[in-house]
Design a protein around this ligand. Structure first.
Ligand SMILES: Nc1nc2c(c(=O)[nH]1)N[C@H]1C(S)=C(S)[C@@H](COP(=O)(O)O)O[C@H]1N2
Ligand SMILES: [Mo]
Length: 253
């Protein structure tokens, strides 16, 4: 039994490695997310490389739906940072929420010409995009919602993103950290949403600002975005980062 398992695993690995070899031609290892020695994460690398090398020239948009397709939408994970007493930012979040988020700011830092902050009012002065998309959670449910916000590309442009930039890292009020590459960051459907289904973004869904990364699984769409750090190099966010907490970095759909 043991031998068979090893043999099968060996076969799978050989298969992955050779598939990977095809897709990875032309990629440098520094362009790829780390596998952290996880055998299963070789799959991430393959999916990532395949999407980027083979599918990207199309830069496809995900399907957008009509208003009649909007479904009920569960709130998952953190649904109110104000009541998470273990959170250092809980009291501050509550005060900002009680003030209608007028005093709230998101920062844009790192490889930008002008590091700066934006209020929701300032974000609303930038171009806006509204999209009705399907959210896919790793727990096995999907939901369709309408999101209104500013394309992340417009925010990065407003701060003057530098040519050396390659990744964008997001830090949230509930202390999640995750990143996306520039292709997803500049994608037209990647937005910082301040509205949902025609109203202000509710607290349960990430108020006042959440990310929508429509071409990846739902957990990449971070809620309660607080800091946006543009990086020249991959940064896993350390112990608070999603990768070290067991989430795959790239989950294209
Ligand atoms: N900051 C933060 N972002 C988050 C989460 C979270 O708990 N905290 N949960 C993730 C997961 S697993 C999913 S499916 C979606 C859920 O978004 P929703 O609550 O609007 O349905 O947010 C993602 N982003
Ligand atoms: Mo999720």
């Amino acid at each position: 039994m043991k031998t068979r398992l090893i043999t099968r695993r060996g076969a799978i690995l050989t298969g992955l490695a050779s598939l990977g070899g095809v897709a990875l031609a032309g990629f440098h290892s520094k362009d790829l997310p780390p596998t952290y020695g996880h055998l299963l994460r070789m799959g991430d690398t393959f999916t990532y490389a395949a999407h980027r090398a083979i599918l990207l020239p199309g830069q496809h948009l995900v399907r957008e739906y009509g208003e009649k397709d909007i479904t009920s939408f569960p709130a998952i994970g953190t649904t109110n940072p104000a009541t998470k007493t273990d959170l250092p930012g809980a009291a501050k979040y509550k005060a900002l929420r009680d003030g209608g988020f007028a005093g709230w700011r998101v920062s844009v830092e790192g490889s930008v010409a002008t590091p700066r902050t934006f209020s929701i009012a300032e974000l609303k002065q930038l171009p806006s995009r509204t999209q009705i998309t399907r959210h896919t959670c790793e727990e096995g449910w999907t939901a369709i919602g309408q999101w209104t916000g500013v394309p992340l590309s417009a925010v990065l442009d407003a701060a003057g993103i530098l040519p050396s930039a390659r990744f964008v890292v997001f830090h949230t009020i509930d202390e999640w950290i995750d990143s996306i590459d520039l292709l997803d960051a500049m994608h037209p459907q990647t937005i910082l949403a301040y509205g949902m289904n025609g109203s202000d973004l509710p607290v349960g869904h990430g108020a006042p600002l959440r990310l929508r990364v429509e071409r990846q699984m739902g957990y990449k769409s971070l809620k309660y975005v607080q800091r946006i750090v543009v990086n020249d190099h991959f940064d896993d966010g350390g112990k608070n980062g999603n990768i070290q907490n067991g989430w795959a970095w790239y989950t294209g759909i």
